[in-house]
Design a protein around this ligand. Structure first.
Ligand SMILES: *Cc1c(COP(=O)(O)O)cnc(C)c1O
Length: 222
């Protein structure tokens, strides 16, 4: 079943990839389904989309086990701030983590990944705009945190960031891409509804798109 919004975003991804001389297949579209009901998610599944993102463990646990039972090839990404005391549930449910940003979380995830024998690919989140209210490690701490993740046995595939609101995201995307290159990481989780085209031109491998796919959210989760 065709979904016009999904088709539109796919074609924009292809266009940006082409401009940047990249393969569209190297870019993963994460449909950010936070605050959306299963009834809103099912049409996307019916149209063939399988990659989704959530920002709260509790909310994800209420929706996704049933959907995963129906569509076993769903790939579920945790994109929000993660508390160490939710590590067990999160490792059991999610297939990617985008917000690994501190040693205590690395330790909690590593312990659960070993216990559950699920070594889940992770992005290290960087506080790219140096904003006190945002998650992510300091830019200066990236190398150290990557070392700690490797020592703990966590598979790190890339870096993730959310640039400051109401700022031109381009310099932030470029900085994140440079940090990843310096660390020899291929994955770049950056770009949302308003700026994923720009993120792709600067190397994004994973774009996280909510509103452009589902419409405006009724309540903005904090
Ligand atoms: C909500 C959210 C998104 C999606 O934002 P939209 O503007 O709705 O596309 C992307 N990344 C993170 C971390 C989010 O919390």
């Amino acid at each position: 079943m065709a979904n016009p919004l999904l088709e539109d975003i796919r074609s924009r991804i292809e266009k940006s990839a082409r401009i940047a001389d990249r393969k569209p297949s190297d870019i993963t579209l994460i449909a950010v389904s936070k605050t959306r009901s299963s009834d809103e998610i099912l049409p996307l599944l019916a149209s063939g989309h399988r990659v989704f993102g959530e920002n709260r463990v509790q909310e994800a646990m209420e929706k996704w086990p049933a959907l995963k039972a129906e569509y076993p090839d769903i790939q579920l990404h945790m994109i929000g701030q993660l508390q160490s005391n939710k590590a067990a549930e999160a490792v059991a449910l999610f297939d990617y983590f985008h917000s690994v940003d501190r040693l205590s979380l690395i330790k909690a995830l590593a312990k659960e990944m070993d216990r559950q024998e699920r070594h889940i690919p992770c992005f290290v989140q960087v506080n790219i705009g140096e904003e006190s209210q945002k998650g992510g490690c300091d830019i200066k701490a990236v190398a150290e945190l990557l070392g700690q993740a490797r020592t703990a046995g966590i598979p790190v595939v890339g870096l993730m960031a959310v640039p400051p609101d109401n700022a031109n995201p381009v310099p932030y995307f470029a900085l994140l891409a440079k940090l990843a290159r310096d660390q020899g990481l291929d994955g770049l989780s950056m770009g949302m509804s308003g700026d994923f085209d720009k993120a792709i031109k600067l190397g994004a491998t994973h774009v996280r798109v909510g509103t452009a796919l589902f419409g405006e959210r009724a309540t903005q989760p904090g």
